[in-house]
Design a protein around this ligand. Structure first.
Ligand SMILES: Nc1ncnc2c1ncn2[C@@H]1O[C@H](COP(=O)(O)OP(=O)(O)OP(=O)(O)O)[C@@H](O)[C@H]1O
Ligand SMILES: [Mg+2]
Length: 273
């Protein structure tokens, strides 16, 4: 059985369809990328999947998350799923963090609620969670979000998302707000944690290179529709949709610039000497 089974998902704002008849599945342990340009409906899809859509939006179709129907379910039925079934990581970690609470407490809260740990066991679990995201120094537990760098905040957000040991991690452009070196570190960390904890991954991005690094299978979205699905290899080798072809072409163009011999590359610094 699929861990996530999305079938005919449609999300509307009044007459406007933001997500239009989207279907895809994620099996336990499978890594699926959702790729598409800005405004194509990636975030709305991830919010619909976890029942976090704003009240202004209406969803229809079917979303089975570990066997539970999300569409139309009351929030109290979905809350127990967020954490143990689906952990969520957002683009901008500050939106996920409480500015007034030390981050150690923010990690402790889902561990206490979902795993029932208390006292020393809870304290140890928070320390282990921080070690998991490569922040072993106990001073991090006492820090407030504003005292941390963007990369450290995304590590904390990762620790919170993984605190209840989810079967599926949903990561919505988790590194877009970070500079490239930090981006690389966070991707490596997520890659490692998903493998170590045997999680499934729904990884949202507009960057084909990043998606191909993190996932095995891709859903391509355009204008709210899933226009193409397949293995990363399939999509790169034989894109069917024009938008996918353009994505692949632009990734190739970048590759060929990077692969060009150094002597052929323009060197800004030389001219002025
Ligand atoms: N609460 C809302 N009410 C009305 N329209 C919305 C709402 N949330 C999103 N939209 C619209 O839905 C469409 C899809 O938005 P979405 O955030 O899913 O795009 P995205 O693919 O995640 O883009 P990006 O790559 O920029 O994050 C956009 O046109 C957006 O303006
Ligand atoms: Mg988005």
């Amino acid at each position: 059985m699929s861990l996530l089974d999305v079938s005919g998902l449609t999300v509307s704002a009044g007459q406007q369809r933001l997500v239009d008849d989207v279907s895809f599945t994620i099996a336990p342990g499978e890594r699926v990328g959702v790729i598409g340009e800005s405004g194509s409906g990636k975030s709305v899809t991830s919010l619909a999947v976890t029942g976090l859509l704003s009240d202004a939006l209406t969803a229809s179709g079917s979303v089975l998350l570990d066997g539970t129907q999300v569409i139309g379910a009351p929030d109290r039925a979905l809350r127990p799923l967020r954490g143990p079934v689906a952990g969520i990581l957002f683009q901008e970690p500050l939106t996920a963090l409480d500015p007034l609470m030390r981050v150690g407490r923010q990690i402790a809260e889902p561990i206490r609620r979902h795993l029932g740990l208390r006292g020393d066991a809870l304290h140890d679990a928070v320390r282990a969670a921080l070690e998991d995201v490569s922040l072993p120094d106990p001073r991090f537990a006492r820090a407030f979000p504003h005292e941390l760098s963007g990369g450290q905040r995304q590590r904390i957000a990762t620790a919170i998302a993984l605190a209840a040991r989810p079967k599926l991690l949903i990561a919505d452009e988790p590194t877009t707000a970070l500079d490239v070196t930090v981006q690389d570190e966070i991707l490596a960390l997520l890659d490692h944690l998903v493998a170590e904890h045997d999680m499934a991954l729904m990884f949202i991005s507009h960057d084909l290179a990043v998606v191909s690094r993190m996932t095995d299978r891709v859903v391509v979205m355009r204008d709210g529709r899933a226009v193409e699905q397949g293995s990363v290899e399939q999509i790169v080798r034989e894109p069917h949709d024009p938008y996918t072809a353009a994505l692949v072409a632009s990734a190739r163009a970048l590759d060929s610039v990077l692969d060009a011999p150094a002597s052929a590359a323009p060197t800004d610094g030389e001219a002025g000497r």
